[in-house]
Design a protein around this ligand. Structure first.
Ligand code: SF4
Ligand code: SF4
Length: 151
């Protein structure tokens, strides 16, 4: 029988706290929890599953699976915590600073001085939808009744 035991090595300098790895780990060996103030990720140190999902899904290549040589790590977990940022509109905690920085970094250069574009990044998903809906409604109202607007 093949031994699939791997050491799950996580580079916390690269991790942005996106929890994609926890989402794909069907064995529940990587977990995440938001408590309203912080996001906590817990990574198993030794994995015995025939699986490479966490390493494959990580957008930052922060996870490496290597043959397990350090059996002392069995049953241990690595924990990482990230402060949660709050939506600038509704104040709900929704993401990590590192995720925001990653989004800001991929905004094209021509929009890097566009305050509206940059502030959109600091809205939670619900408020982005609401804001987008308001924008469409505002444009529609202005096209029909120029000079009018949403209250
Ligand atoms: S290798 Fe698979 S089972 Fe093991 S921690 Fe990663 S996602 Fe979970
Ligand atoms: S997928 Fe990668 S960047 Fe995202 S939480 Fe897991 S280790 Fe961190």
């Amino acid at each position: 029988m093949t031994n699939h035991t791997s050491q799950v090595v996580v580079d916390l300098d690269k991790c942005i706290g996106c929890w994609a790895c926890a989402h794909v780990c069907q064995a529940g060996l990587i977990t995440f929890a938001d408590d309203g103030r912080q996001r906590t990720l817990r990574f198993v140190r030794i994995c015995g599953e025939d699986c490479t999902r966490c390493a494959e899904v990580c957008p930052e290549e922060a996870i490496t699976l290597t043959p397990a040589t350090e059996t002392a790590l069995a049953g241990e977990y690595l924990t990482a915590t990230f402060d949660l940022l709050r939506c600038r509109r509704c104040d709900a905690p929704f993401t990590t600073e590192r995720i925001i920085n990653k989004l800001l970094a991929v905004i094209p250069q021509e929009f890097q001085n566009d305050a509206a574009e940059l502030s959109w990044v600091r809205l939670c998903p619900d408020c982005r939808r609401v804001t987008e809906g308001e924008k469409v409604a505002q444009e529609w109202i202005m096209s029909r009744w120029p000079g009018d607007g949403l209250a």
